[in-house]
Design a protein around this ligand. Structure first.
Ligand code: SUG
Length: 415
């Protein structure tokens, strides 16, 4: 049976606040602050545990090799000599945000009946542009079964940020769906990270039968929605979106209704929740999931509960007659301070669980083992002024190696 598995990026031991992401308001606001990698990674593990306990299927991806000496070598320098900014870019733990790892088109949507995954090139941001090699190595391992087709990145300069700009609507996960590729147009104060050329390329490479290409509103990008998943999320037949998420919502909604007549659009009006409140609280960066009893829940950051306009609106939503019936706040504050909510931390893959390399699938015992390595090996705190410290680099490398060994994934050591 086809099921949705959420693969979370384990938050790496180099997690820090270097303020690298232009257009990501949380990253800019917290630049220079002291991070807590151990607490951050444990928050991520607890989120996975909570999802397992809701009866959801859970997987994970490993942190990448940081500092990325191979990338610095391509730039003609070394970890020891790199200037401050390059070194921060080489040290980022940004692969934790697995929603940017790849775009996934499940088997029912594709012409050859395979589940296609295209690793995202992430070329717009320097600190993320060297993630794809390590991500691709993991995708090739996790999805080696012939039921999957794993693709390399779309070539530069066409920016591709993966599933964060991709929504799939369908009657049920296992049914054929319509795939919505959301792109941005350059011109506002912040970069548009997803280019339409990249979206079209991914849809072609995957052989997607039913695809819509939809422009994100410039207003949303300018307000800090650097990815579509900051202002909209979909699950099965439900689209949960802010009123101002798209450039031409009427055209989009009508195309969507034509492609999937049973679609239910739950739109949050701007006069109830402003774009600013939506982005500060990450209301839409929720995991909208189908629970085993068939009802839908929103797994939200606790910041959404702390925002009065957002929480009041949500309380009305769940007592109404709509499809979303349950709210599950989770604490991922360390990731949130870099602009990554619950939905950023996961990549959804609809597939047969038995066809995935079992080393990447979670159960309670494995999460205990992961938490144990994190508790023992992850740095407790990183102040950005310490990023030059050779002993910190050694600690970060040792911590990752310990986790890979624990999970029998030593094959990834050099990636
Ligand atoms: O790409 N933050 C990430 C957050 C990604 C969120 N993902 C989704 N919306 N799916 C980004 O902006 C901050 C890094 C820093 O500033 O050190 C950062 O990369």
């Amino acid at each position: 049976m086809l099921t949705e598995i959420n693969f979370d990026g384990i938050i790496g031991p180099s997690h820090n606040y270097a303020g690298l992401s232009l257009g990501n308001l949380a990253s800019a606001k917290n630049a220079g602050g002291t991070s807590q990698p151990r607490a951050a990674a444990l928050q991520g593990v607890e989120k996975m545990r909570a999802n397992l306990r809701l009866g959801l299927h859970q997987g994970f991806f490993m942190p990448q090799n940081r500092p990325d000496a191979a990338w610095l070598a391509q730039l003609g320098t070394r970890v020891e000599d790199a200037d401050e900014r390059l070194l921060a870019n080489a040290l980022s733990a940004s692969s934790m945000w697995a929603a940017n790892a790849a775009t996934v088109s499940p088997a029912p949507d594709t012409r050859d009946g395979k589940c296609h995954l295209s690793v995202a090139n992430l070329v717009t941001m320097p600190h993320r542009s060297h993630e794809w090699q390590g991500t691709l190595a993991q995708l090739k391992l996790a999805f080696a079964h012939p039921a999957f087709a794993v693709h390399g990145p779309v070539p530069a300069p066409f920016g591709d940020e993966g599933a964060a700009n991709h929504m799939r609507l369908c009657a049920t996960h296992g049914a054929a769906g319509v795939e919505v590729f959301v792109y941005g147009v350059t011109g506002g104060p912040f970069p548009a990270r997803q280019h339409i050329e990249a979206s079209r390329a991914v849809a072609r490479l995957h052989g997607v039968n039913s695809a819509l290409f939809v422009q994100q509103s410039e207003e949303a990008i300018a307000a800090g929605a650097f990815h579509n998943d900051v202002v909209a999320v979909a699950n099965e037949r439900v689209l949960f979106t802010h009123e101002h998420a798209f450039a031409d919502k009427d055209a989009f909604y009508s195309d969507l209704r034509a492609a999937l007549p049973e679609v239910e659009i739950v739109e949050v009006p701007a006069n109830r929740v402003s774009l600013a409140d939506a982005i500060q609280s990450y209301l839409f960066n929720a995991q909208l999931v189908t629970l085993p009893d068939g009802g839908m829940a929103l797994i939200l950051p606790t910041e959404a509960r702390d925002n009065t306009a957002v929480w009041t609106w949500l309380q009305e939503l769940i007592v109404g007659n709509g499809p979303i019936r349950q709210l599950v706040p989770v604490d991922v504050r360390q990731s949130m301070a870099n602009g990554g909510g619950p939905a950023c931390l996961r990549l959804r893959v609809v597939c047969e669980a038995a066809e995935v390399d079992q080393r990447f699938l979670a159960d309670e015992a494995k999460l205990d083992a992961i938490a144990d390595v994190i508790t023992k090996c992850w740095p407790e705190a990183i102040d950005p002024t310490e990023l030059r410290s050779p002993s910190l680099w050694a600690d970060i490398r040792r911590a990752r190696a310990a986790l890979l060994t624990k999970l029998s994934l030593d094959a990834l050591l050099s990636d």
